[in-house]
Structure formats: C-alpha cells, structure tokens
Design a protein around this ligand. Structure first.
Ligand SMILES: [Zn+2]
Length: 262
C-alpha cells in the first residue's frame, strides 16, 4: 500500500491519464494535489467523475491538498477575500468527504499571529466535524504552526510534515519530533537542502533513517505518501519515474515497519 501525488507531472487539466498511470504502476492510494494553489471550485459533476475514475482504476483517496487560493484567500485581511477563501476550503472539505477520505492539507502564512486564519478555522470547524474531515497544517514556519496547533482541537486540526520543506529549512526533523503526536499527513520527497525540489526519496539529503523512526513513533498510521514530481528529478519517462517512486516508497515503508518492530 503506497500513495503518490496526482500532480507528479501536471497540476491542472484532465487528471484521468495520471490516475490511470498511477494505478498501472501499482499504487493503492493518491494524494489529490490538482488545483492545489488555484481558485478552482470543484463542481458536483466533477467530484462524481473523479469518484468514477477512482473506482475504475482501483485507487483510493488518502488525503487532499486544499488551496489557500489566489484571490479566494482564507488568510486575507480583506474580509470579502477571506470569506471567499473559506468557501474554497469548504469546497475541498466536502470533496474529501465525498471521496471517502478524512484529511485536507492547508498552507498558512508565515505570520504566527494570523488572526484571519484563526477566524477561518473557527468558521470551518463545524463542517469539518460534520464531515469527519481534519485540516492538516503543512510545515512552513514551525513557530506559527506550533502556536496554531496548541490552540486547536486535535480532532479538527493536525500537522502535515513535508520532508522537503523540513530539509530546506533548519531543524525540520527536530520540530517534527516535538509535534509527532499531532502528525496526520505526510508529503514525502527529497532535495539537496537548497530548495523545494520534490525529488524521489533517497536522492538528496533528507535524513530518511531519522524520519522513519519519528514516523514510527508518531500519531500517523496511514500509508507512505509521496509528493514527488518529475520536474527536477532528471527522469523524463513517466513510467520510469513512477517505478522509481514505487521502489523507493516501498523501501521507506519497510524502514518504518522495521522501526515499529524494535
Ligand atoms: Zn507539500
């Protein structure tokens, strides 16, 4: 059982060819990452079509990358924009529930005192409870996230650890270690420490051994989920890329299982 992001090649347009290729490469789950940074609102007909594709290809939705939007921005200080942003996140919460999953991942601004995000979370909490979907805040600024998590019910808000963001900043794994009880989603990928490259696991400088140990002790109980993309991977062939992701994801899954046995 293994999960990969739907946007490994492209993050807008018809997702169906990529879903088919993901299934053919042997993955059981997907991290929905199409439209992750747009103002796109999914319609009922589109969500139903995605549901049909998942059934046809034998895939399951693990979690979904919500959108912090461009003009519909849940963290905006302009109230009309913030409300539109809440509508956008609400759309993704509904979509996630319709597709039988339970986590929507969101980015927050670096400002640890973002009052707008707090207000937006207050407004989203009822729908999250009603639909049994939690919001996972993805690591950018850990100081901001730590404060936000401390104020929020773990039944509604948790942490998404992005190993690439963590490796490009300092002390990512130390922060994760101290927040591992709140971990509900992972975006696994590698880089050389100089930026967010979304490369296959074990191709860069992420300390995968330590990450496996922390994940084994964390609240996260789902499958290994990779947010790897072809862009800077040096692999041009789609099938070769998916095979590489599958192979490295399988190795990392075994590393976590091994840590749990010890
Ligand atoms: Zn990510």
């Amino acid at each position: 059982m293994l999960s990969i992001t739907t946007d490994y090649a492209k993050d807008t347009g018809d997702p169906s060819p990529y879903l088919r290729h993901i299934a053919e490469a042997g993955f059981s789950h997907i991290h929905w990452c199409h439209q992750w940074n747009t103002d796109f609102l999914y319609s009922k007909s589109e969500i139903e079509q995605i549901q049909k594709w998942l059934a046809e290809y034998g895939l399951r939705l693990l979690d979904l990358h919500g959108s912090a939007g461009n003009e519909k921005d849940w963290a905006s200080s302009q109230e009309y924009q913030r409300l539109a942003g809440v509508e956008l996140v609400r759309n993704r919460v509904e979509m996630t529930a319709c597709l039988s999953a339970d986590v929507v991942i969101m980015h927050v601004p670096a400002d640890p005192e973002s009052a707008a995000v707090r207000r937006s979370l207050d407004e989203l909490e009822p729908i999250c409870r009603e639909r049994s979907v939690r919001i996972a805040i993805e690591n950018g600024n850990f100081e901001a996230i730590r404060r936000l998590l401390s104020e929020r019910d773990p039944q509604c808000v948790g942490l998404c650890y992005d190993s690439g963001h963590g490796n490009a900043a300092s002390g990512g794994l130390d922060h994760l270690e101290s927040l591992k009880d709140r971990l509900i989603s992972v975006h696994l990928h590698d880089n050389d420490g100089t930026g967010d490259q979304h490369n296959p696991l074990f191709s860069g400088t992420v300390d995968w051994g330590r990450l496996a140990r922390i994940m084994a002790e964390s609240a996260y109980t789902k499958v290994v989920s990779m947010e790897v993309t072809m862009g800077l991977s040096g692999i041009q062939d789609e099938r070769e890329f998916l095979d590489k992701a599958f192979e490295t994801g399988t190795i990392f899954s075994r590393m976590i299982a091994e840590c749990k046995r010890v």
